[in-house]
Design a protein around this ligand. Sequence first.
Ligand SMILES: Nc1ncnc2c1ncn2[C@@H]1O[C@H](COP(=O)(O)OP(=O)(O)OP(=O)(O)O)[C@@H](O)[C@H]1O
Ligand SMILES: O=C(O)c1ccc[n+]([C@@H]2O[C@H](COP(=O)([O-])O)[C@@H](O)[C@H]2O)c1
Length: 210
Amino acid sequence: MKPLALFGGTFDPVHLGHLSVAWEAAELLDAEVRLLPASIPPHRQPPIASAAQRVAILRAALQDQSRLSLDTRELDREGPSFTVDTLTGLRAEQGTRPLVLLIGADAFANLASWDRWRELFEVAHIGVLSRPGVSSILPPELEQAVTGRRVTTADALRDQPAGKVIELAVTPLEISATRIRELLAAGRDPRYLLPCGVFDDPALLAPYRQ
Ligand SMILES: Nc1ncnc2c1ncn2[C@@H]1O[C@H](COP(=O)(O)OP(=O)(O)OP(=O)(O)O)[C@@H](O)[C@H]1O
Ligand SMILES: O=C(O)c1ccc[n+]([C@@H]2O[C@H](COP(=O)([O-])O)[C@@H](O)[C@H]2O)c1
């Protein structure tokens, strides 16, 4: 069975950095990949755009392809979007299908601050996406938790439903939502940092313009 990979984020807004690494992860793992927008992200300022606005941008971004899809379950839940709750729900739905949590290297380095973070390894594998400027040195507590879990081939994720960690060497694209919000707020037009379906509809980016 193809693994199911979840790529969570604030997506405020989704950009070509997200889509490119999600696409490459889908290819590298031969997995179904779902983008999972967070409702109230646990460890950061609330997003500029509302959940409905971020979903509208995601839908526009994902049109005309079938490899990446959208999973809005965190938006349907009250309270902060703790990833362990989301993955536990998916585990109950998906039986023994391998689940892979995709996270950028910057977010992965902070994993030990996440809610019930050790339980994540019980419900999913973790696929770490390389990101420019992010060191691969982990805090000792996390390094210890990861020891013995590292695998280097996608096939190794199919042998069991959860518990492994794989580094995914994706093409580095130095794009961030922060930079896109700054450019839009300054009246600039970051056309080639965003998917064309998003840029072609100016109403979608209105929340970020001042
Ligand atoms: N260019 C990129 N390359 C690799 N991973 C990325 C990239 N941009 C974002 N990610 C990863 O995507 C996930 C969701 O990121 P998020 O929605 O916070 O985007 P962001 O660009 O980091 O946003 P912000 O600048 O607002 O923090 C995180 O795991 C993050 O590490
Ligand atoms: O569960 C947690 O405690 C937790 C803490 C920080 C981040 N996350 C998740 O990590 C993903 C990326 O977060 P962010 O803030 O980089 O967009 C997103 O799906 C968040 O819900 C989850």
